[in-house]
Design a protein around this ligand. Sequence first.
Ligand code: SF4
Length: 502
Amino acid sequence: MGQFARTYFAYKMNPKLECADDHFHDHCGVVGVYGHEEAAKLVYLGLYALQHRGQESAGIVSTDGRELHAHRAMGEVEEIFKPDVLNKLPGAASIGHTRYSTAGDKALLNAQPIMIDCNKGKVSIGHNGNLTNAAEWRRKLEHKGSIFQTNSDTEVIVHLLARSQARHLSGALGDALNQCEGAYSLVVLTTNELYAIRDPRGFRPLNLGKLMAPNGDVAWIVASETCAFDLLNAQYVREIEPGEMLRISRSGLESIHFAPEKPHQFCIFEHVYFSRPDSTIFGRSVNDSREMLGRLLAREHPVEADIVVPVPDSGVPAAVGYAMESGIPFRMGLIRNHYIGRTFIEPSQAIRNFGVKLKLNPIRGLMEGKRVILVDDSIVRGTTSRKIVRMVREAGAQEVHVRISCPPTISPCYYGVDTPTREELIASSNTPEDIRRFLGADSLGYISLAGLRQAVSDTKGNFCTSCYTGNYPTDLVQLEVREGASFGKLTDNAPVMVEREG
Ligand code: SF4
């Protein structure tokens, strides 16, 4: 079989490739509540607000002052935590975690928060991020006799914690974390304390809020995103600082700086795509950043057209910005179905673009005869974008101009975001002109890296942009090779999905 025939066969016959979800996946969300008699219920609501950060599993651990009580399961927050489950999570302090696996497999075994009973007492940990030296530490620790229960990187922290000579937990946590490299925003619960911790570079967000408890005292809440505070009527106080360990106990708040300062590396993609637009992340409104991305995109890549159409939902604020800046009318030409379950039955008779049609449907009357500017937040493999362009054309658009509110994604993330391998990223080995041809668009424009930095007001170089530059801020990046399909160099004629050989 020739290369062309082989690649065409792979593309058509592998439904996984055909329907691959062509987005970066959100990583994890964490919540913690201290000083409220319904702590676990508040954590449940907080996790509900953070569901977009992980849909594979969720867990809540609470303390009644003597014991830790836990429930973890696969699935979404609403299906896991029914009233009878929440009633078994008593006490005035609690932490929760919602997970999309970025290290370790997807089994329930890896669902968090992790619980341990060690020489430092009963401890539970929820982790958002990814340790880049976890595999190395795991090898060393296993050599010294440690037995790992999960294959999650978070368990490395637990073993290092148990081995620390420090007498108090805060010291042991500092010891453990100073040996870890990479990204971690943590919530840690003991029987009488709650800790909120952020790595010295501050890759992932973590925020502090407060609300009034029924007894009139202040209750404290920490969460990955501030949208969790809004749902609970909590007031935003501040970010947990990079390198800060905030200890919350009966004595109040104690801020401990456990690590030497390092240059900040806030994940810029939180502003492009991950976080909810109603959140404040790294001290800045996500919606403001996205609208500014759209405005700058319009300045960098203007084009004569009739309407600006977002790829919903994440492309909406940037499309609003593009429309405001260009004066071209904004129209919701694509409608998203929000009620898609995790499984669906595909008809045996193939329907063109079936996977995308499940999620998006065009409004033909808006598209017919129009020159359309299609705004999306990113292109990962390009397979979904290509189907959307085709869908817009089939709805009658005369021209389709694709505009992307981030630079070409050329390199994977090792800091807690699930990305394909470098080979699978279409922009890693193809020029924008190659990609335009593959998408079947009349033009394609990505915002520049300088434009992206400007949109988030990054005047001091405080943001991580590794997935756009391939330059990583940590020494140790363990490159993993995944099984599956990859993109090769694009040719003029699609299909271009190639089977990895060997
Ligand atoms: Fe965020 Fe990209 Fe850096 Fe990962 S590599 S932390 S996705 S900016």
